[in-house]
Ligand binder design. Structure first.
Ligand code: UDP
Ligand code: MG
Length: 309
């Protein structure tokens, strides 16, 4: 029995040694571990450190990208490279407690679950604004998407080979793993834990990155925004039709010419605003389609442990 642990790392020189030490404390009888570090184009000593670990420990493998491709690309590369019977995703900052791995493994072994995933109940260590937007985001996405996106779900999870293969069969370019994990189905058990602060280094996310990420997930997992823009279009047609009738009738009865250009200008501005907004929504979907159609690789590998060993 082999468990692959996929660990995406971006500028994590401080966290990796601590992580490596902690993960080596985890021992499960008759289970071999394979650690796969993904160096996501780090600009610090991350690659040197994992190269070193790999040359001293045959259970450590790594993939180094030619530039920063983002965590989603890292997850995909790790899942593709993993050879274990079970595959685990884990952050390197120890915000995901490695000791949970034992419980996850036992659940997969002794029950018919295909996956054990984790969610953090609290959001300690995150700013007030991030907490607020996160809450709001989960409300919206779960209203408009058929795929359930679990509030507070982390990428930390242990999956069976069958589930990993299902995930890898989704070849989309715009990847949102939380959605993909849920989309492929399978029986998932959720463990909850208190969110922890990272052991070292800093978070790689800022407000705008998260905002863009959430928009991407909405576009990736729902077409409701397109429906909203169609409904807005119909609504405005109906309103304008009523207004036309009212003006014609008023003029016929009272002979009253339409008065006031300020109101006209306001209407023009308002309606063209709505039009641009709807066009923007369509543009977002078109842009994503454009990226899918280009069919570029999701990541480019510069170096792996095979180049050194
Ligand atoms: N990460 C990555 N590529 C990126 C950004 C982040 O591989 O472009 C990795 C990072 O090294 C860490 C994990 O993704 O192991 C989670 O990142 P972080 O801890 O910054 O996110 P947070 O926990 O604050 O959501
Ligand atoms: Mg983190």
């Amino acid at each position: 029995m082999k468990i692959s642990i996929v660990v995406p790392c971006y500028n994590e020189e401080e966290a990796i040694p601590i992580f490596y030490e902690e993960i080596n404390k985890i021992k499960i009888a008759k289970v071999k571990f394979e650690l796969i570090f993904i160096d996501d184009g780090s600009k610090d000593q991350t690659l040197d450190i994992i190269r070193n670990l790999a040359s001293n420990d045959k259970n450590v493998r790594y993939i180094s990208f030619s530039r920063n491709f983002g965590k989603e690309a890292g997850i995909l590369a790790g899942l593709e490279a993993a050879t274990g019977d079970y595959v685990c995703m884990m952050d390197v900052d120890l915000q995901d407690p490695p000791e949970l791995l034992i419980e996850m493994y036992e659940t997969l072994q002794n029950t018919d679950y295909d996956c054990v995933a984790t969610r953090s109940v609290s959001r300690n260590g995150y700013s007030f604004l991030r907490k607020l937007f996160t809450k709001f985001y989960y409300k919206i996405i779960n209203k408009i998407s058929k795929t359930e996106i679990v509030d507070g779900a982390r990428d930390f999870r242990l999956m069976t080979r069958q589930m990993v293969d299902a995930i890898l069969s989704l070849k989309e370019y715009n990847r949102y793993s939380k959605g993909i994990f849920s989309w492929v189905g399978f029986k998932t058990k959720w463990l909850t834990f208190e969110n922890k602060e990272r052991v070292a280094g800093t978070t790689k996310w800022n407000f705008w990155k998260l905002f863009a990420y959430s928009m991407e997930s909405i576009i990736g997992f729902s077409t409701i925004p397109l429906l909203i823009s169609s409904i807005a279009g119909i609504l405005f047609c109906i309103i304008s039709f009523i207004m036309i009738i009212v003006i014609i009738v008023k003029t016929l009865i009272f002979g009253d010419p339409v008065s006031g250009w300020p109101s006209t200008v306001c209407i023009i501005f308002f309606v063209s605003g709505v039009q641009l907004f709807c066009l923007g929504i369509m543009g977002q979907y078109l842009a994503k389609t454009y990226l899918e159609v280009k069919n570029r690789p999701i990541y480019i590998i510069k170096e792996t442990e095979k180049d050194v060993k």
